[in-house]
Write a protein that binds this ligand. Sequence first.
Ligand SMILES: Nc1ncnc2c1ncn2[C@@H]1O[C@H](COP(=O)(O)OP(=O)(O)OP(=O)(O)O)[C@@H](O)[C@H]1O
Ligand SMILES: [Mg+2]
Length: 239
Amino acid sequence: MGEVSGDCLSALFKLRGVHQHYAQRASAVCGLDSVDFTLHRGDTCAVVGASGSGKSTLLNILGLLERPAGGQVEFFGHDVMTASADSLAQWRNRYLGFIFQSFNLLPRLSALDNVALPLLYRNHTRDAARALAAEHLQAVGLAHRAQHRPADLSGGQRQRVAIARALVGKPTLILADEPTGNLDQHCANDILELLLGLNHHHRVTLVMVTHDASLVQRFARRIEVTEGRLQERVEHVTA
Ligand SMILES: Nc1ncnc2c1ncn2[C@@H]1O[C@H](COP(=O)(O)OP(=O)(O)OP(=O)(O)O)[C@@H](O)[C@H]1O
Ligand SMILES: [Mg+2]
């Protein structure tokens, strides 16, 4: 199973009764508990909650990086629980852009080659991948640092490389785990504008973990995670 049908009316993700737990010595730690959640194309969704509440666990499941211990997960109508590892990898590369809490950049590669890497997996030529990567580094204000390795960049600059890498493949869904946590307010606002602009102009779906109340207000949906349970807060949008 390769391509997934892009029916714009269908839900991008449907989670039903999802739970995740992790074995810790003799006991089990709860990551998520009885989660029902539907994400549609074009949604913008802020995820908030205390440290350890399950936000990253939720993003890892939506990012097809973790399969939950139980429940149902559908991605564009396909059953994630029974899909092959190859299918998941292919869907991740083709449809998802992930901005991790801890960057996950490859230390031996330059900023430019880190951003170009997802395109090489899609069989772009090296020159074509680098050209697109350069455009995306420019979009996050880092054209002048293209040849630097991650160790020679500041935390905020590394975060922007990770953002460029997530966007370079033109994902259908961007999953961002505190993408602005290492950035000053000005830079955080620029990144948010960039992400919301992709939603506005290209209907890219956006799910973002953030603790910044001023950013949360810009999202159409707000999900609060408390001890592994999700609750949707319905409030007025000021975007
Ligand atoms: N790989 C793992 N192994 C063991 N326990 C884990 C693992 N991943 C998450 N957990 C546990 O699951 C719970 C939820 O963790 P999660 O990382 O989703 O929290 P979070 O809301 O993202 O927190 P933070 O705001 O600090 O990033 C925590 O109790 C955590 O210790
Ligand atoms: Mg987290």
